[in-house]
Write a protein that binds this ligand. Structure first.
Ligand SMILES: C[S@@+](CC[C@H](N)C(=O)[O-])C[C@H]1O[C@@H](n2cnc3c(N)ncnc32)[C@H](O)[C@@H]1O
Length: 164
């Protein structure tokens, strides 16, 4: 979810993975993602330009990764999406960002390009996310914290669908 240019897809082993679906609202990002990964993933890589919200339905997947996207959707919309799809998802792994001493977009030479994004993102409380996911049919199974040098911390939370 929110695959952007496909950072991390290089870690997928094509020999053990049947299909990789990438969803994003931004078609330019998806084209960059295709350029980077079509050679290794071939027809396994299926990129879908769409808004992610409670109306979206995904095909059955063992693992659904939602990194740095819940900040844009908000917990309510993301949890509604998860509830609507929980029979089709095995593990749902989310990364959100705690911004104790920094803004959502890190200070780099490119930061100004993201000014518009900052206005539509909001900080996510991991406890509130876990509560909402629990009500959407997902059991909280793992939390890991990754403190960064710039005062931010990445929080990974994994949830297992309780659907049979
Ligand atoms: C901060 S980037 C995260 C990219 C990637 N997941 C990562 O961790 O590096 C957020 C991505 O979510 C996409 N996005 C934001 N809101 C969206 C929405 N409502 N529907 C679909 N994609 C959205 C943006 O286009 C962008 O590619």
């Amino acid at each position: 979810m929110g695959v952007a240019g496909g950072n991390g897809l290089d870690l997928i082993n094509p020999a053990t993975t049947d299909a990789v679906f990438g969803y994003d609202i931004n078609g330019s990002y998806l084209r960059a993602c295709a350029d980077r990964h079509k050679a290794t993933l071939g027809p396994r890589l299926q990129l879908v330009q769409t808004a992610i919200d409670r109306a979206l339905r995904v095909p059955p997947v063992g693992l659904l990764i939602a990194n740095l996207i819940i900040e844009y959707l908000g917990i309510d919309e993301f949890a509604a999406f998860a509830a609507a799809n929980h029979h089709h998802i095995g593990t749902l792994s989310c990364v959100t960002q705690l911004n104790q001493a920094a803004s959502f977009v890190s200070a780099t030479q490119y930061a100004a390009s993201f000014d518009a994004l900052e206005s539509i993102s909001s900080d996510i409380d991991p406890v509130n996310l876990a509560d909402a996911m629990n009500k959407s049919g997902f059991k909280h199974v793992l939390t890991l914290s990754y403190p960064l040098h710039n005062g931010k911390t990445l929080i990974r939370q994994d949830f297992r669908s309780t659907a049979d």
